[in-house]
Design a protein. Structure first.
Length: 317
């Protein structure tokens, strides 16, 4: 009953999203199609923009680690990522003559589509979710696993020994840590008693952060996040890059917009893992002072979720 009441008490849904939905659905099938497209764009566009600013933040943070400024010229550094995007989009796409013509072009999409499809069941606040599926956790595991096919096919279709070796290393690592991620979520499933991501968050709504799952499930919390770092091939698990061979793993034969798709998929997955870690173990949009009665600080909202995501996304760097 408490979960149902909390899910129904979102002002954003009540005063903005629900009226828009009712208006569009009144136009019949066409309105329904427009509503579906709007929901998809409401997720995809912010993710793409977040990836751009994430790259800027990564370069800034690494620059500060090196005691330098990082990007600072294109729009004071803020627009550097967008300049890089335009550069990649307008670069010539060079395809090896011995590459498989169909699979070579299909591989980037096989890596990108699952990375974006997984966001369909990710809640951002109470009732603010594209699909509030009861089996959302299983859907997430399925989507994150499908991205491996893009990596394998990219290495094989390039018809290059270095790309193929990089793909084999990447797929072996991703499959291995996928198992660890899946088992670590079994504890979350048992603790919450549900596969629905919104209900998993609301199951942590006790007395603030002491009710979050990261305390009773501390080992699983560490295993999940470390496995997420390995799943996205970030340091120190970046064996895909093959630094001893001076190549870039499975995407070594890709350039221009096709390389940009792999790049976008990797960073979208990093942000996704940051979101999921916050939802499964740190109470999602719940305030760390939830139920304490402190003015403003005890109010739950999406801003708490973004703050947690920002912390974990910075840990990837």
């Amino acid at each position: 009953m408490t979960i149902a009441m909390n899910l129904a008490a979102n002002p954003l849904m009540q005063y903005a999203i629900d009226p828009l939905r009712e208006l569009l659905l009144s136009f019949g099938t066409l309105g329904m199609l427009v509503w579906v497209v709007l929901k998809i764009l409401a997720i995809a566009v912010p993710v793409i923009v977040s990836v751009a600013f994430y790259v800027v933040w990564e370069r800034k943070l690494i620059g500060w680690m090196h005691v330098r400024h990082g990007p600072m010229y294109v729009g004071w550094g803020v627009l550097q990522a967008f300049a890089d995007v335009f550069k990649l989009l307008f670069k010539e796409v060079v395809q090896p003559t011995v590459a498989h013509p169909v699979l070579y072009r299909l591989a980037p999409m096989l890596a990108l589509v699952p990375a974006f499809a997984a966001w369909a069941v990710v809640p951002f606040d109470t009732r603010v979710v594209l699909s509030n599926a009861n089996a959302g956790l299983l859907y997430l595991l399925a989507m994150t696993s499908l991205g491996i096919y893009g990596v394998i096919i990219a290495g094989w279709a390039s018809n290059s020994k270095y790309a193929f070796l990089g793909a084999m290393r990447a797929s072996a690592q991703m499959i291995s840590y996928e198992i660890a991620m899946g088992f670590s979520l079994v504890g979350v499933l048992i603790a919450a008693g549900s596969l629905n991501l919104s209900e998993i968050v609301m199951a942590q709504s006790g007395k603030g952060l002491v009710s979050w799952f990261f305390i009773p499930l501390a080992p699983l919390f560490v295993v999940y996040f470390v496995s997420g770092v390995a799943e996205t091939n970030r340091a120190p698990f970046d064996v895909v890059e093959g630094e001893s061979e001076i190549v870039a793993g499975h995407m070594v034969e890709y350039s221009g917009s096709q390389f940009a798709l792999f790049f976008l998929a990797e960073y979208a997955n990093m942000i996704l893992i940051s979101f999921l870690t916050s939802l499964f173990f740190l109470g999602g949009w719940l305030s760390p002072f939830h139920g304490w009665g402190i003015p403003l600080l005890s109010v739950d909202g999406w801003w708490w979720l973004l703050a947690k995501v920002f912390f974990f996304a910075s840990c990837f760097i």
